[in-house]
Ligand binder design. Structure first.
Ligand SMILES: [Zn+2]
Length: 325
């Protein structure tokens, strides 16, 4: 039998494979999530996320040095406040924990891209992402507060605000608010396609943001749906989003591909806490090769069409990329 086409020729040696490979993961693609808490001398590991910590601002300042030398260029901040109330006032307090972390970071590392996650759930006593009345999460009154939070973070130095609440109309409201206050150059990264996912479990422990009643299915997306995601992304584009996001990542690569094919804005995907915890737990048990599985997973996200990835593995990946270069 005569075989003329031999795809294996392109796989014969590492040099050939490197020559023809199609997808790259760069350190500039990575966004590192950080949890900041009130207090001093706090560096507390999150039990379900080994290797990820709560930092008070003094210990975070130390950690910032590691981030800076790692080569990672973007950080997304999540705040865990001491005080929570019905209206999530910590989210839009100019002296809030994230606002102070932003000012500190920008004063020390002005070139580091600072992204502020914008939501109320870490700051509300009921743990929902918006104002609650009679057991319902109110949409329109929540927009005012989200925009206030975005403006407060922009004033504190955020290069990008990233609303994660899934209220209708929040991107347009936020864009107008930022523009009206002279922050027309502050980018909006929209959590456009955010599914009501069980993969967020460890994050809720990390951010102490589990809802006190009910769940988030009246605002986060039903994971059985695909067309709905296109509607959400189209609205965010129309309302002025600069970057779109699909969250979670690994179980939703079809959506990363769909959104990347249909929309021309840069696309981010969030490899969420549950994805991290699963890989970490298996690695700690010696069941998988952590580095290989993580690099393969992240490259799959790029191959599906993500331009950037929010991942708790960012600092490890940065180190692995250097080792491999
Ligand atoms: Zn939220």
């Amino acid at each position: 039998m005569e075989i003329l086409r031999r795809p294996r020729r392109l796989r014969a040696t590492k040099a050939i494979r490197d020559l023809v490979h199609e997808t790259d993961l760069h350190v500039s693609d990575l966004i590192y999530p950080v949890f900041v808490v009130e207090g001093e001398h706090i560096k507390e590991e999150i039990p379900s996320m080994p290797g990820i910590f709560h930092y008070s601002l003094d210990t975070f300042q130390e950690h910032l040095k590691e981030i800076a030398v790692s080569g990672v260029k973007s950080v997304i901040f999540f705040g865990v406040p001491d005080h929570k109330d019905e209206v999530g006032s910590g989210a839009y307090d100019d002296e809030g924990i994230v606002q102070r972390a932003l000012r500190l970071t920008k004063s020390l590392y002005p070139e580091l891209i600072c992204i502020a996650d914008i939501c109320l759930c870490e700051y509300t006593s009921h743990g929902h992402c918006g104002l609650v009345k009679d057991g319902c999460v109110l949409n329109d009154p929540t927009l005012e507060l989200l925009s206030k939070a975005a403006l407060s973070c922009a004033r504190a130095g955020a290069d990008i605000v990233a609303p994660s609440d899934m209220m209708d109309g929040r991107i347009g409201h936020m864009r107008r608010t930022l523009d009206g206050a002279g922050f027309e150059n502050t980018l909006i990264m929209a959590y456009s396609i955010k599914y009501a996912s069980a993969f967020y479990g460890p994050f809720r422990e990390a951010a102490d943001s589990a809802p006190a009643f009910g769940d988030r299915r009246s605002y986060q997306m039903d994971w059985r749906n695909k067309k709905e995601a296109i509607v959400e992304a189209a609205l965010d584009v129309e309302e002025g989003a600069d970057i779109l996001m699909v969250k979670p990542a690994l179980a939703y690569l079809d959506m990363v591909k769909t959104i990347s094919d249909r929309f021309d804005l840069p696309l981010c995907t969030y490899s969420v806490s549950g994805e991290y915890s699963m890989m970490k737990a298996a690695a700690l048990n010696g069941w998988i090769n952590e580095k290989s599985v993580v690099m393969e997973s992240m490259t799959a996200m790029k191959r599906a069409g993500a331009k950037m990835i929010i991942t708790y593995y960012a600092l490890d990946i940065a180190r692995w990329l250097i080792e491999e270069a």
